[in-house]
Design a protein. Sequence first.
Length: 326
Amino acid sequence: MSYKKTDALMRHLRDSGISIQGPKQKRQLINTGYFHGYKGYRFFGNAHRRLPFTSYDEVYATIQYDSDLKALLYGKMMFIETAVKNIALESILVNANSESIQDMYDKVVSGYNNAPTSATTEQKRKLQQNKLNLQNSIQSSLAYAYKKNNPKITHFYNNIGYSDVPVWALFEIMTMSDLGYLLSCLTYDVRDDISKRLSLNVSCDTDRQLIYKYIYTLKDLRNAIAHNAVVFDTRFRNIDPTSAMKQCLKLEIGLPYVNFKTIGDYIILMCYYMKLLKVSKTEIKAFIREFEKITDNYRQAVNPNVAAIVIHPDLASRMNILKNFL
């Protein structure tokens, strides 16, 4: 199987209509990679929507824009994940009146025997299956943490003074995906309690699904950031927003629509959570301004045809609505 060295790849790019030359751009191509860089960023959303680049400067600017976005979002995402975990943890401890994982299963996780009275037999069976899946997932996480000698877990198994790992220690090793699944398995009353602790607008959330649906939405972005995947075009998106997810943000913020097809909607959701978590208006607005700044810098670094595809035409107006909401 044949392969191309860097000089040959540069010639191939020129043959494809992408101007590239000189040691600076050669080094950029080496550092970002032809496959990870150029081939990973030459389209928007899917491979059929090619970006009309004319120079490698525009390719590199797109890679840099994506990197700047990830750098901007990382800290805020970690804050939101940690804060929601702690709020959910407190609710679970209070409602179970215990820090025992078994008590959590028995008292606050939905199953066959504590399903809503209106549930059908099939619905009860589904809740029980979800509960069993949750138990299996948690045991696998604990086993893996013990195998890796995670002190947050080994401390309890290797100490004669403890009989089991408490819920709060379990939360220390949970991923954002684990958190979302646990929240989805909780009883309605506990999901309602967590929703109210967060001050989520539940007027359109009859089944109290927002607490885990939004976490799943943010989880996709969080994982893309953590694994250095592409984020600027939201190709990481794995969930279609429900009516309640869209309606909540529309009512709260005053947006005409929400679809999570552009990075701007993820900025909006993160700012909404920061406001719920009592982050200062000054800090949230500074976050928005930095997003606007790196987006404007990108707009100036690429040709108008590229910018028209990458930057949604109503982004500026949506950011203004968001700032007015704050």
